[in-house]
Design a binder for this molecule. Sequence first.
Ligand code: 5GP
Length: 176
Amino acid sequence: MELYTPEVLISEEEIALRINALGKAITNDFEDEELVVICVLKGAFMFCSDLIKKINRPIKLEFISLSSYGDNTLSSGSVRLEMDITGNIEGKNVLIIEDIVDSGLTIKTLMEIMSVRRPKTVRLASLLYKPAKLKHSVKIDYLGFEIEDKFVIGYGLDYAGRYRELPYIGVLNAGH
Ligand code: 5GP
């Protein structure tokens, strides 16, 4: 197996500061209303965990799993629903928490799945956004960071199942 050394792109401190700001914005936007937070597994687990601690509103937490990437760094162009939420979102305020918007296909598919279930509102929080590859129109209501077209790992994001535990967002350099 090829060895890679992660290089820090966005530090733990920068992530924490941004999450504080996003948490405040979400708290303000939802006043006293309850939120159904849908964490998109696996990549968003760490972002979701840290973000919901900064949202000062009643929350019901759900998990969903979709896959568009296999064990490589290229999109397969199709999205599969691997695990659905268990609760009913009809008439509820929904906040989807995603790790990264790349082509936008995953989030577009997820929005379609959710909209037929008739929620009151659906908003999207995404830790990262790569505008270079965007193919579908996606509205990110709460964005962590816009990044260049590089394959990133860490803070929940993986390469072939690895690196999710890193506390920062990094890029992989081959051969170091
Ligand atoms: P999209 O459907 O927007 O093209 O891709 C979204 C999904 O692809 C993300 O949820 C994530 O799982 C994966 N993905 C896209 N770009 C990257 C990246 O730079 N690093 C990692 N680890 N996953 C990515």
